[in-house]
Design a protein around this ligand. Structure first.
Ligand SMILES: Nc1ncnc2c1ncn2[C@@H]1O[C@H](COP(=O)(O)OP(=O)(O)O)[C@@H](O)[C@H]1O
Ligand SMILES: [Mg+2]
Length: 251
C-alpha cells in the first residue's frame, strides 16, 4: 500500500485552477522531487497534502486512512512533516528550544514531556551539525543554518512523510551539494519518505531524487524515474526549450 495517495486532487483560487486533478502515489522511504516552473502549483500541492487548506475536489489517503477532510494538525500527528521555503524560527528561542517544539507537537507529541523533547532536540542538533549553536537564539543563525534547524524541527516531529519546500533555494553550489547528501542521509537513517520541491536547481534534483513529478500549469506533466523525467521532451520544453546543462554534463 502507498504511504500517500492523491486522486484527482484539485484546488481553485477564483477562476484559476492552481492544482488540476493531480493523481499520484508516494511509497514509504521514497526520495522524490516535485519540480516545475514558478506558478506550476507545487506549493499549493504541498498545502493540500498537509491540510493547510482543503481540496475542492479529489481524495487524499495516508496509508489506509482517508485524510481528505482532516485539518493540518491531525495530519501532522499522523506523521506528515513539512518544512517551509522561508524558515521562521522563534527568533529569541534557542536552537534547542526551537527543535524541542517540533518534538512536542509531532506524531509522538502526547507522550513527550519538555525534558524528553529537549533530549530529542539534542539528537537532531547532532545530526544537523549545529552543536556549537545549541543555546544561541535561532534568529542569529545564517539562512542555511536556519534551514537546517527547520529540518531538525520537522524531523523531531517523527514524520513518516517529510515535505520540503525549496530546501535549497538561494544556496551556493557547495551548500546545495551538502544539503543533497544530508537529505539522502536522513532518508537512509530515519527511513522516512521525503518529497522535495525544487523550482530551478536541476543539479540538486539529479543528485537527490529517485523519481520526479513535473507539474505544469497545475497539472501532472510527467511522473518518471529522475533521468527519464529530466530529459523528457515535454519537460525540456517547459524548461526553456533545452535540457538542463547539469544533466548533459553527467552524461
Ligand atoms: N492563496 C492564493 N490565492 C490566490 N492565488 C494563489 C494562492 N496561492 C497560489 N496562487 C496561485 O496559484 C498558482 C500556483 O501557485 P503555487 O502553488 O505557489 O506555485 P509554485 O509553488 O509551483 O510556484 C499561481 O498562479 C499562484 O499565483
Ligand atoms: Mg512555491
Amino acid at each position: 500500500m502507498a504511504l500517500l495517495r492523491c486522486e484527482n486532487v484539485t484546488k481553485r483560487f477564483g477562476g484559476l485552477v492552481a492544482v488540476d486533478s493531480m493523481t499520484f502515489e508516494i511509497d514509504s522511504g521514497e526520495l522524490m522531487a516535485i519540480v516545475g516552473p514558478n506558478g506550476a502549483g507545487k506549493t499549493t500541492m504541498f498545502n493540500l497534502i498537509n491540510g493547510v487548506f482543503p481540496a475542492d475536489e479529489g481524495k487524499i489517503w495516508f496509508e489506509d486512512l482517508d485524510v481528505t477532510n482532516f485539518p493540518a494538525y491531525k495530519r501532522a500527528h499522523l506523521g506528515m512533516g513539512r518544512t517551509f521555503q522561508i524558515p521562521r524560527p522563534f527568533a529569541s528561542a534557542s536552537v534547542q528550544e526551537n527543535i524541542a517544539i517540533g518534538a512536542m507537537f509531532g506524531s509522538a507529541g502526547a507522550e513527550i514531556n519538555v525534558e524528553r523533547a529537549m533530549e530529542m532536540a539534542d539528537h537532531y542538533i547532532e545530526i544537523i551539525g549545529l552543536k556549537k549553536h545549541r543555546d544561541k537564539p535561532a534568529g542569529g543563525l545564517t539562512p542555511t543554518e536556519k534551514k537546517l534547524v527547520e529540518i531538525a524541527r520537522a524531523l523531531a516531529m517523527k514524520p513518516r512523510l517529510l515535505l520540503m519546500d525549496e530546501a535549497m533555494a538561494g544556496m551556493n553550489p557547495k551548500d546545495i551539494d551538502g544539503m543533497v547528501s544530508f537529505i539522502r542521509h536522513i532518508r537512509d537513517t530515519e527511513g522516512i519518505a521525503i518529497v522535495s520541491m525544487v523550482e530551478h536547481i536541476m543539479r540538486a534534483v539529479a543528485g537527490l531524487a529517485e523519481r520526479v513529478i513535473v507539474m505544469h500549469q497545475g497539472a501532472l506533466l510527467v511522473d518518471e524515474p529522475t533521468r527519464e523525467a529530466l530529459t523528457d521532451p515535454r519537460v525540456v520544453e517547459v524548461y526553456l526549450g533545452h535540457p538542463p546543462e547539469e544533466i548533459d554534463a553527467q552524461g
